[in-house]
Design a protein around this ligand. Sequence first.
Ligand SMILES: CCCCCCCC/C=C\CCCCCCCCCCC/C=C/C(=O)SCCNC(=O)CCNC(=O)[C@H](O)C(C)(C)COP(=O)(O)OP(=O)(O)OC[C@H]1O[C@@H](n2cnc3c(N)ncnc32)[C@H](O)[C@@H]1OP(=O)(O)O
Ligand SMILES: Cc1cc2nc3c(=O)[nH]c(=O)nc-3n(C[C@H](O)[C@H](O)[C@H](O)COP(=O)(O)OP(=O)(O)OC[C@H]3O[C@@H](n4cnc5c(N)ncnc54)[C@H](O)[C@@H]3O)c2cc1C
Length: 662
Amino acid sequence: MSTETKCNPDLVRERAKCTFDVNELINLFYGSEKATKERRHFEDAVLAVKELKDAIPEEYLSHKERYENGVRKATILRDVYRDYKAKHNRDPPPNQITKAVIKDISPFLLHNGMFVPTIAGQGTPEQQAEWLPKAESMQIIGTYAQTELGHGSFIRGLETIATYDPKTEEFVLNNPTLTSFKWWPGGLGSTVNHCVVVAQLYINGKSHGIHPFIAQIRDLDTHKPLPGVKVGEIGPKMGFQTANNGFLGFDNFRIPRKNMLMKNAQVLKDGTFVKGINEKLTYGTMVMVRVGIVGDCSFYAALAATIAVRYSAVRHQSHIKASEPEAQILDYLTQQHKLFIAVASSHVYRNAYLWMEKMYTNVMKELSQDKQDNLPELHATACCLKAVCSRDAGSLVEECRLACGGHGYMASSNLPLTYGVTIAAVTYEGERTVLLLQTARYLMKAWMAALKGKVLSPSVSYLLNSLKESKKPWQNTPEGIVKGFQHVSFGKVKAAYETIQKYMKQGKDYEDAWNLASVQLVKASEAHSRAILCEVSWEAVCSSSASPNLSRVLQQLAQLYLTYWTLETSGDLLLYSNITKDDLIILRDKYEELLVAIRPNAVGLVDGFDLRDEILNSTLGSYDGRVYERLMEEALKSPLNQETVNSSFHKYLKPMMEKAKL
Ligand SMILES: CCCCCCCC/C=C\CCCCCCCCCCC/C=C/C(=O)SCCNC(=O)CCNC(=O)[C@H](O)C(C)(C)COP(=O)(O)OP(=O)(O)OC[C@H]1O[C@@H](n2cnc3c(N)ncnc32)[C@H](O)[C@@H]1OP(=O)(O)O
Ligand SMILES: Cc1cc2nc3c(=O)[nH]c(=O)nc-3n(C[C@H](O)[C@H](O)[C@H](O)COP(=O)(O)OP(=O)(O)OC[C@H]3O[C@@H](n4cnc5c(N)ncnc54)[C@H](O)[C@@H]3O)c2cc1C
């Protein structure tokens, strides 16, 4: 980090006001002092590589140049990772330095994020031995090709076909229609030479559902598409410009039998199909990534909050009191209302991610012992938390951007690009509504079990308690608010269930009744997610090992989250819990008190995310607060400022002006 000496004086004053030790917060957020040290050390190593620095901002490059620059930097970054591993005999610590290097999304994201994990999770030991060393060492580069032009959400409807030919012991891959073309996979456009292709398996004319296959699609030397492969890039998008998303179609393309990833289901040489213990295990990589996305949401909220809070401390505009100098915009309560929820939410998502990571690890361990009881709970929880956190994080990033006024609209603030990347997660890895409806299926089953008095899984056991406690008075404490959100979820789950029953009594079948109740079902899932986020985050701060000074501030943040959402969803609480109008007025006052209490620590709190300037990549958010200098420095980099008179003057403007004289 930069030294305080060159800092904007407002930021120096803000840091002097902080009531807790920022380093303690950093170490707590990232796990330990050792973890912080190792992460920073790795980030230093990456940033020391001169070739990773961009000569001009990415925004001035063409689509093609941006991609090529992305690949160039991704390969250098890959070398740094390899060297670190060789030297330390372990992978680099979790970090976000790719953001400082690639700025947007790495063309290798899908290789590391889904291709390698799918081989590890879906391959037999023999298949892992064959593919993993090559993939991990980047002798081969891959992606995860599932979505098609015609189907993304409903993966049982995928149209890519893998027909087994027992004579040659091969699968024949085909994309018989335009809608069957793979569409979206990252890196597919021009980067990868392999992919996991998810396709419908046919043996002797019989369909056996979707399965993952490994296909080499480009020649390893020439990088030309192999015969029978049609592949390309899908073009510019709202974000993800360097992710290199692509399309792919096969025409009688043959792959050996061993290329079907067969940890779960198998095809024997003679074409016998051996079913796996649970066909949904084929969806395993998606579950892992959904868990990871909750962690990503914490990062994006932290990044946007850091930029907007630091900027708001430096920016002065108007007066709170006519007799006083222009106020820091951070002193306006409305600004605090916009920003502190982003700071608080980042902590909430972080705690939810750590909680989900534990659940994921436990279920993976159980699955390795053929125990599947907790898989439905993992799937349902990962679905709704991914859906709710990604949408909330997108809204928070956008609110931070708006809170920076006109300068937030500058690409150099890094807030527009961050919004584009964050909001993509609402759609990828399972579209929001579709995932919330998956959770709703689970909630309906849990509700039916609750009605029968059965024991429920931990994440939904509150449904049983709420059933018993519905008459208890509201308590205006964090624990009381957590219970309140559980009551809302309980009420919405019950109402959705009863709506389905109502339609069925009217003669509708279950599927139609489900569709007619689906707005309520989605809302029930959202309420369930909110109840989990509130409970998990409040428990995390209560059980944290932080010092009293830090603990006080973390509790304020967690209470802010609880109170913010109580006020945002007061209608639901009035409907489904025993909260009163008077309780809401007390909480409204409490919320304002919390904003005021957090205000002196605002800059310290975002410093506590420890996101260095290179990761923030923002004129507005740097540690030293030299906002105006940086805005001007960046503007001067515009190619239009590299010449005093642009040629368009002579070509178009001058002739127009001269014509106007005639
Ligand atoms: C030490 C180890 C620590 C590990 C810690 C792990 C934490 C992870 C940490 C880091 C990971 C970081 C990862 C970051 C990497 C970044 C990569 C970013 C990638 C970004 C690019 C995007 C890629 C993509 O988008 S890939 C394509 C994604 N596509 C989708 O998500 C499609 C969505 N659709 C579906 O999933 C399905 O179609 C469906 C679930 C909506 C419906 O499926 P269907 O078969 O029709 O099922 P349905 O009839 O509705 O339900 C039948 C029953 O099956 C249950 N079920 C469904 N899915 C699952 C599942 N995945 N698992 C278990 N069970 C499932 C369902 O609940 C039903 O059950 P029921 O009992 O009958 O009700
Ligand atoms: C940036 C980005 C990167 C991606 N990377 C990859 C990748 O690497 N590999 C890959 O395979 N895919 C990738 N995808 C594809 C992504 O997984 C899909 O776009 C996603 O799963 C949504 O599917 P869809 O596009 O078919 O949406 P659709 O399902 O067509 O959604 C359109 C609308 O229909 C609604 N809808 C659909 N089904 C239902 C239902 N059953 N009930 C109620 N409403 C419904 C949705 O809610 C939504 O409002 C990527 C997508 C993006 C945006």
